[in-house]
Structure formats: C-alpha cells, structure tokens
Write a protein that binds this ligand. Structure first.
Ligand code: ZN
Ligand code: ZN
Ligand code: ZN
Length: 452
C-alpha cells in the first residue's frame, strides 16, 4: 500500500467506505464532473393545500453528509464533462432559434435569419498569417520609434509573431482595453441602431417598431489572434410577438442585411473623459460580415452554425491565449501569467487604467484576465429561443426527477467546498470516460439505423 501513488491509496480508501456505492451514484449523477460542488442541507416538499410533507431529502444520510453537484463550468480546461454538456445545451439553444424545437415553432426557419460578424477596429498594425506576405511595403519606412512599418514575411498561422504589433510603442493598448470594456455597450447600441434603421426603411416612427416586428439574437464573443474580441451573432426577424409570429411583409433578409451594415457603421460610444487618455470615440471595425442563412431551413447550414457557436462557449480565455481562466489579483499575478508579451501588456494596461477613478465603473482590474472584456461569452435576447435553465430542467425530467406542481418546496442548502481529492478525481475521470464511451456507442447505434 505504501508503495502506491497517493491518488491510488486515496481511491482504495474511498472504495472501502461502506457508503461507496451511494458515493459512486452521486459521482455518476454529476457525469464524472472534475470539480463538483459539495453541498449540505435539505429539501422539503409540502402539499400546497394540506401542508402534508410529500418528500423530504437530507444530506445527513449521504456519504460524508454531503451532496455533490456539477460545477457547470463551460470551459473544457476546467471541467471536460460539464463543458461538453454546456456545449450541447448551447447547440440546442442556438439551433432551436434557427430551426425550431424546444417550444420554439418550426416556422422560425422561414424567417429572415442572418449570421453576422462584427470586429474590433485596428489599434495598430499587427503581424498577419496567411497566403500573402504579412504587410508588404515597397517604400520601406520606419515609425517614430525606428521600427519598420512593413513586414515582408509569410507567417504560418501558429507562428508566435502572429497577432503581435509591428511596433509595441505605436500600438494603442489603452484603446484596445477600453474598447473591450465598452463592447457590451457597442453591441446594445448596434441592436438599437438595427431596429431604428429597419423602422425608417419601413417608413415607421421608431416608437411603433415593436408593434410591427421583433428582433432576436444570440451572440458569441471570440478572441482573435491579436487578442481583440469579435462578435458572431445570429439575428432573426419575427413579428411583434416573437417566434410564433410572422414578420411584416417589408421585413426581408435584404432589408435586415442593409440595416445591420448601416448600424455597424454608425455606432459610436464615447469613453469617460480621462486626463491620462482623453476621450475616445469607439466604434466597430470596418470589417462587417452579414449573410443570410438558407431559408428552406433544415439544410446543413443551420446545424453548422449552431455547432460553430457552441464550440466557442467551451473555450476559455486561456485556450485562445488571450488571457487566463482565473482573475488576476495583483501585479505579480500578471507577471506570472502564461501569456504572450502582447497579452501581458494588455493586462498591465487594464491594471494601470483600472487604478484611475474615471474608469472605476469599468472594473478593469477585476477583468484584467479577460483583457477588459466583461460579460458572457454567449448572450441572447429573451425571445430568441429556449434557456439553459429550461434545457437543464428538461434533462432532469428525463432522468426521472419529478416535478410536483402546486407543491411548496423549502430548500436549505449550504456550500461546503468544491473539487475532488486525488483518489476521487481518479474515479471521476473513469466514470466520465465510461459515460463518454456509452454515449458514443449509443450514437453509433443511432447512426447504423440511419437516423443521423
Ligand atoms: Zn464539472
Ligand atoms: Zn509580419
Ligand atoms: Zn513605433
């Protein structure tokens, strides 16, 4: 026993516990989550009318007097199992808004639906990968810091140079992080602008727009090589009551594309005045892509788009190299972060600007690990489709947890800790793998029956 690695000895200790079988059930219920949350507490369900106790559950009878629940982390680097589940939910959530299902009518597939990409503007030239030379310049020339203005190299996509500025002293790091900090506002203004543009093309007073049509979207943020966020979004036009309602006859995909382009061009957000930085006028980059998704619906296009969006939500900042998955709490954290020079400079810029009173509301230090970008990777409007909560409830229902309507439930829960001991982690990984294999077999069987 002494010779065994610590994790194995721990696993054996767990397996010898009289409540091991129940513990295993818990771990299986979390899908083999690698960072489960440990809870203690009880739930009592009372009959709403008679006050009779219908169900009582208490963690006192569980192994270690605790219940393990999923961490629900979306990042594959943090928890592969929960990340896979989250990606699956995202896929269904996005897909339902494109083709219907999950309580969304299938008629949505005939609506004007676009896939759009909005980019950040340039904050200074960076090295580019691709078929062409990076930044060829016939006349050569140098910047005020004596560095070449051009670059005649062909860079491979994974070259470390790619995304790094040609001159770090010319690069506008302040604008870059302030743009990230205002990206949410830029998006909100963009959506307002699209509505406004549609209303004016239809000859409507703006305030009357909601009586005629409704704009729904799901958007996802992605870090580019230069560590600037860009936004992919699905935009759909419905009638005033959302998914169940036909859009007005004037509401065509062409008109929607024009409105998207016009709004992206026009949006302007001003940063608060700062004696150090001044006042910046922030806008979207000039590269705006807006394309119509196929109108006949269930072609491969919709699934591909849904899968594309779902893929992004599993990526943490660390996967793309544009930050870390954990907040940075000191200057020392920034110095130790495993990131490129460009990303580290953006982090220190967040830290520096975050100390200025005029930028306090932007919470740049708290978001230094995401380079000033606050907020969710996936955002959607209310009427777009279903919700993560509804998808989770549906899954719980399939797994046999019964909802009792007209009942009152009292919850008393307390967080104890999270994570696994080394031995428990070993067992959880095994369970996660078994479940993945089982899923693959089920998929193959479905496939051989020609359903996929
Ligand atoms: Zn997890
Ligand atoms: Zn280059
Ligand atoms: Zn320079």
């Amino acid at each position: 026993m002494r010779q065994l690695p610590e994790a194995d000895r721990d696993a054996i200790r767990i397996a010898q516990d009289p409540m091991f079988v129940r513990w295993l059930e818990q771990i299986t219920a979390t899908g083999g989550c690698s960072h489960p949350v440990h809870l203690t507490g009880s739930t009592t369900t009372l009959d709403g009318v008679t006050g009779e106790i219908l169900h009582h559950y208490d963690t006192r009878h569980e192994p270690g007097e605790r219940l393990l629940v999923r961490c629900r982390n979306r990042r594959a680097t943090v928890c592969p199992t929960c990340s896979r589940l989250h990606a699956g939910d995202t896929f269904h959530l996005v897909r339902a808004g494109l083709t219907g299902g999950k309580n969304v009518p299938t008629t949505v597939r005939h609506r004007p639906r676009l896939f759009i990409t909005l980019t950040a503007p340039s904050f200074g030239p960076v090295h580019r990968a691709g078929e062409d030379r990076c930044r060829p310049r016939r006349d050569g020339g140098t910047c005020e810091h004596g560095r070449p203005l051009g670059c005649g190299t062909f860079h491979a996509p994974n070259a470390s140079m790619v995304g790094q500025p040609l001159c770090a002293d010319c690069y506008d790091y302040s604008a870059h992080v302030l743009w990230h900090a205002h990206a949410g506002k830029l998006w909100d203004r963009f959506v307002i602008g699209v509505r406004r543009q549609l209303a004016s093309s239809a000859g409507l007073v703006q305030s009357r727009f909601p009586a005629h049509a409704r704009l729904s979207f799901a958007r996802v943020a992605e870090y580019q090589k230069r560590a600037a966020v860009h936004v992919h979004a699905i935009v759909r036009l419905d009638g005033p009551n959302g998914p169940a309602d036909e859009p007005p006859t004037w509401g065509t995909a062409e008109l929607l594309i024009d409105a998207v382009r016009a709004s992206a061009r026009r949006v302007l957000v001003r940063t608060p005045y700062s004696p150090a930085v001044g006042e910046l006028a922030l806008s979207w980059g000039t590269q705006v892509d807006a394309r119509q998704l196929n109108t006949d619906g269930d072609g491969p296009g919709d699934d591909a788009v849904a899968a594309y969006v779902a893929k992004y939500v599993t990526k943490g900042a660390s996967d793309t190299g544009a930050g870390t998955d954990y907040p940075l709490t000191s200057w020392g954290d920034i110095e130790l972060a495993p990131v490129s020079v460009q990303v580290r400079t953006l982090m220190t810029t967040c830290w520096r600007l975050g100390g200025l009173p005029e930028y306090e509301p932007l919470r740049l230090r708290a978001w230094a690990h995401t380079l000033g970008y606050r907020g969710h990777i996936l955002t959607k409007s209310r009427a777009y489709s279903t919700t993560y909560a509804a998808l989770r409830a549906e899954r719980a229902h399939h797994m046999g947890h019964v909802d009792i309507p007209a009942a009152i439930t009292n919850h008393h829960w307390r967080y104890i800790s999270s994570g696994h001991t080394s031995g428990a982690a070993l067992i959880a990984v095994g369970i996660a793998e078994d479940l993945a294999t089982a899923r693959e077999i089920a998929r193959d069987e479905l496939g051989s029956r020609g359903r996929m």
